[in-house]
Design a binder for this molecule. Structure first.
Ligand code: AMP
Ligand code: ZN
Length: 113
């Protein structure tokens, strides 16, 4: 989709701090992190929302990415994976939030969502 910011990141037409990439998935740091670690795990194909996933392989590739990033960043002791939808979703390209660590005010992010 031409005017989609996440499609632009996939095509390297917009900058991002990329932490993981495969043939079907890209993951990068959120520009407005709500926790010490805030990664967005994104299918490269433009899918609007989690309710539009229909391909098991596509979803499994997101899970594989999450497992890899959790291991790389040593988040096993505490993390959350969140899909926002409807009024809670700002970017119209499906993405899985991987959250870990602390909030800026040092509250434990895992107790605040
Ligand atoms: P949501 O409300 O679930 O759609 O969340 C959108 C997420 O995308 C938020 O974490 C934003 O900080 C993040 N975001 C928006 N634009 C960019 C961008 N250009 N690069 C990285 N993260 C972004
Ligand atoms: Zn898109």
């Amino acid at each position: 989709m031409d005017d989609c910011i996440f499609c632009k990141i996939v095509k390297r037409e917009a900058p991002a701090s990329i932490v993981y990439e495969s043939d079907t998935v890209i993951a990068f740091k959120s520009i407005q992190p709500v926790s010490e670690t805030h990664i967005l795990i994104v299918p490269k194909d433009h899918v609007y929302s989690v309710t539009d996933f229909s391909d098991a392989n596509q979803f499994f590739s997101l899970l594989t990415a999450a497992q890899s990033i959790i291991a790389d960043l040593q988040l096993e002791k505490g993390y959350k994976l969140v899909f926002n939808g409807g009024k809670y979703q700002a970017v119209p390209h499906a993405h899985w939030h991987l959250l870990g660590g602390t909030l800026e005010d040092k509250k434990d992010v895992l107790n605040n969502i």
